[in-house]
Design a binder for this molecule. Structure first.
Ligand SMILES: Nc1ncnc2c1ncn2[C@@H]1O[C@H](COP(=O)(O)OP(=O)(O)OP(=O)(O)O)[C@@H](O)[C@H]1O
Ligand SMILES: [Mg+2]
Length: 475
């Protein structure tokens, strides 16, 4: 049973907490934050400026100054060295809870996969497994909270734009989130769904007290549990959303965009198009800001999207007729302008709730790549000595990546010296090709790492002095 149902007298206080949570993400969600500050160590890497560092703290202080007073005028905010971004409101206990709780530990994730893949894998299956490992997204605090926030907004028909530096994982995060809410029951609040993992996280954690209460209480709130979050009362699991994915490029035309946007909709009557059997349709537009500008500075595909958002329909140029669209929600991703990406017109931006995905902290990077590589080493037939070098593999790759970012800076003659997390992913993907019959001791591990790093970073350097410097990097 939810907190508000159990304690109606404390409703005002509880709503206050929910208000603070909503305030933090609606006003503070699109700040360019430094995620390292949320982690205990607070290591500041990659030459972040003072200004960026302070945004997180300044906003955190502001929220504390504004809301942290004795009830009923304010709410008691969590104390500790974590910022307000690190908490969500638990609907069952009515308290602020750390997002970290929802993320399984690195070791659990590695071992879980090892158990799942017990049994003989055929060769082709093993190959497939490698590509899956490289492509699948590893749950991190960021992926969990941003997926939750985006799914919540999208299912309530608010368009969302996810922004953040290139290579931080925007596209992968949204694709993964859409995959989860497209599953049967994916839009509901059962504990194993995306929204349910936050709303009903106590159930997932097998909360003993809650279980006892359910047993003694009987069926009184089973109707509530069955209720879909958005009001429709259904006994069956909800069918999940339909989605279409549009990758924008500089050459994207307006006609193609229109066809792709409406491809999942079906005709209803003469002048409207709806989702099949009332299902919601989510259109994901990747790299929203890359279409080329026309002579007057507009980006035609974006103007079409603006028409959909402003007027709820489009003009069918074949039948010369206006068509209304319902059940359609947009989500988009784009990196900040620069390097072929244009400034987006505020007239379309105003429709989107904007969230900025921070660059992953060192701890998150460790987590992601240790899980990917750890799964691979666990499943393969590697000798224990190699399995034990997991930590060194990952820390080594991350350290070298940071050194390259800090030392090999882009200049007019070396404009391609821009390294991002995709390069780090490439190093790890190279390591995932290791063969258990060849890599049999620590020295070979070091050689393999050196090879992958050379392939990804050293090969891109153009001047002999840079090459010299990079080859002296400690491994
Ligand atoms: N949580 C994660 N788990 C596993 N891999 C991740 C995670 N986050 C990011 N990555 C990896 O980071 C790389 C970059 O991700 P992605 O392509 O989604 O970035 P992007 O933000 O869309 O970049 P761009 O702005 O250039 O389109 C991918 O190789 C992806 O696998
Ligand atoms: Mg992308």
């Amino acid at each position: 049973m939810y907190f508000a149902q159990r304690n109606p007298a404390q409703l005002t206080n509880f709503l206050g907490k929910l208000f603070v949570f909503s305030f933090v993400w609606s006003f503070g969600g699109n700040f360019r934050r430094d995620e390292n500050l949320d982690d205990d160590g607070g290591i500041i890497q990659r030459g972040e400026t003072k200004q960026e560092v302070s945004v997180t703290y300044e906003f955190d202080n502001f929220v504390h100054e504004t809301f942290d007073t004795e009830p009923p005028l304010g709410v008691r905010l969590p104390t500790g060295n974590k910022t307000i971004y690190s908490y969500f409101v638990d609907m069952k206990s009515g308290n602020f809870v750390l997002w970290d709780i929802l993320v399984p530990s690195t070791q659990t994730l590695i071992e879980k996969s090892a158990i799942m893949s017990l049994g003989d894998l055929h060769n082709s299956q093993a190959e497939q497994q490698k590509t899956i490992l490289a492509n699948e997204i590893v749950p991190t605090v960021d992926s969990v909270r941003y997926s939750f926030l985006m799914a919540l907004l999208l299912l309530d028909k608010h368009p969302v734009l996810l922004t953040g530096e290139s290579g931080v994982g925007k596209s992968s995060l949204i694709l993964n989130m859409i995959k989860q809410i497209s599953k049967e029951g994916g839009t509901g609040t059962k504990a194993d769904s995306l929204l349910g993992s936050v709303f009903n996280f106590a159930d997932k954690n097998n909360d003993l007290i809650e279980n006892i209460m359910t047993l003694t209480r009987g069926n009184e709130d089973s109707a509530v549990e069955k209720m879909n979050l958005f009001g429709s009362q259904k006994a069956k699991p909800s069918p999940g959303v339909l989605s279409s994915i549009i990758q924008f490029s500089a050459q994207t035309t307006i006609d193609r965009t229109c066809t792709q946007v409406i491809q999942r909709l079906v005709r209803k009557g003469r002048d409207s198009m709806v989702g099949p059997r009332g299902r919601k349709v989510i259109v994901f537009i990747d790299d929203l800001n890359v279409p080329a500008q026309e002579v007057y500075g507009a980006q035609p595909p974006l103007e079409l999207l603006r028409q959909f958002l402003d007027l709820g329909g489009f003009y069918d140029t074949k039948k010369l007729q206006w068509k209304n669209t319902t059940d359609l929600t947009f989500t988009a991703a784009c990196a900040p302008p620069g390097g072929g990406r244009n400034v987006v017109n505020p007239r379309i931006l105003k429709h989107f709730c904007m969230l900025a995905l921070p660059t992953p902290s060192t701890r998150n990077l460790q987590h992601i790549y240790q899980v990917q590589l750890g799964k691979f080493l666990h499943e393969g037939d590697f000798v224990p000595e190699v399995k034990e070098s997991l930590f060194s593999f990952v820390s080594g790759s991350i350290a070298i990546f940071y050194r390259m970012c800090n030392e090999m800076l882009p200049t007019p003659t070396k404009i391609h010296y821009t390294f991002n997390f995709r390069d780090l992913s490439q190093v790890i993907q190279g390591l995932l090709q290791a063969n258990e019959d060849v890599i049999v001791n620590r020295d070979l591990c070091a050689q393999l790492l050196a090879h992958e790093v050379t392939r990804t970073f050293h090969d891109r350097l153009i001047s002999p002095s840079d090459r010299e410097r990079s080859s002296t990097l400690p491994l």
